[in-house]
Design a protein around this ligand. Structure first.
Ligand SMILES: Nc1nc2c(ncn2[C@@H]2O[C@H](COP(=O)(O)OP(=O)(O)O)[C@@H](O)[C@H]2O)c(=O)[nH]1
Ligand SMILES: [Mg+2]
Length: 186
């Protein structure tokens, strides 16, 4: 059973599909997290449009997921930004042990938040400060400082420390997201 089964079930009652974007730098843990969350009845479709860039997608009757790396050369940017319009919630994954690329993650987050298809919309953003099990990992509080999350004023956001290998922290994140989606629909 995926952690998202409950969410998918609840959303199914509302008869409306919700589109979630899962993004972050390559190697942050997105695929690992998504594989844990994936509802057991999901239909998976891996799309590999070009060498060097891949997009994973899965779908249930009520939940649609698009997962991609915010990396590679600039030429792929148009390809991934194309998905912003349809996103209704965002999961942004950070490798908490990769201090060197934390600044790149921040740049990508800032670019995302300033994108015309994202900027003026009240999308909930769930951050996973992932790889907390690693000795080099910084705390989720530190990650939120390094990414200046306190500057996000116009969107509900939440940060969870996670260890995607063990699955620690994922349920807390999903519960938060579920509350946000519930609020969006009422
Ligand atoms: N130690 C540790 N490794 C992780 C964690 N999450 C993912 N990984 C590993 O990090 C690597 C990249 O993960 P992946 O899910 O492919 O990242 P993606 O590129 O963002 O999809 C893989 O070797 C994973 O097993 C975590 O929480 N802790
Ligand atoms: Mg991946």
């Amino acid at each position: 059973m995926g952690l998202f089964d409950k969410l998918a079930g609840w959303l199914g009652l509302k008869k409306k599909e919700v589109h979630v974007l899962c993004l972050g730098l390559d190697n942050s843990g997105k695929t690992t997290i998504i594989n844990k969350l994936k509802p057991s009845n999901a239909q998976t479709q891996d799309i590999v449009p070009t060498i060097g860039f891949s997009i994973e997608k899965f779908k249930t009757s009520s939940l649609s997921f698009t997962v991609f790396d915010m990396s590679g050369q600039g030429k792929y940017r148009d390809l991934w930004e194309h998905y912003y319009k349809e996103g209704q919630a965002i999961i942004f994954v950070i490798d908490s042990s990769d201090k060197l690329r934390m600044v790149v993650a921040k740049e990508e987050l800032d670019t995302l938040l300033n994108h015309p298809d994202i900027k003026h919309r009240r999308l909930p953003i769930l951050f996973f400060a992932n790889k907390m099990d690693l000795r080099d990992a910084v705390s989720s509080v530190k990650v939120s400082q390094l990414l200046s999350l306190e500057n996000i004023k116009d969107k509900p956001w939440h940060i969870c420390a996670s260890d995607a290998l063990k699955g620690d922290g994922l349920q807390e994140g999903v519960d938060w997201l579920q509350d946000q989606m519930q609020a969006m629909k009422t």
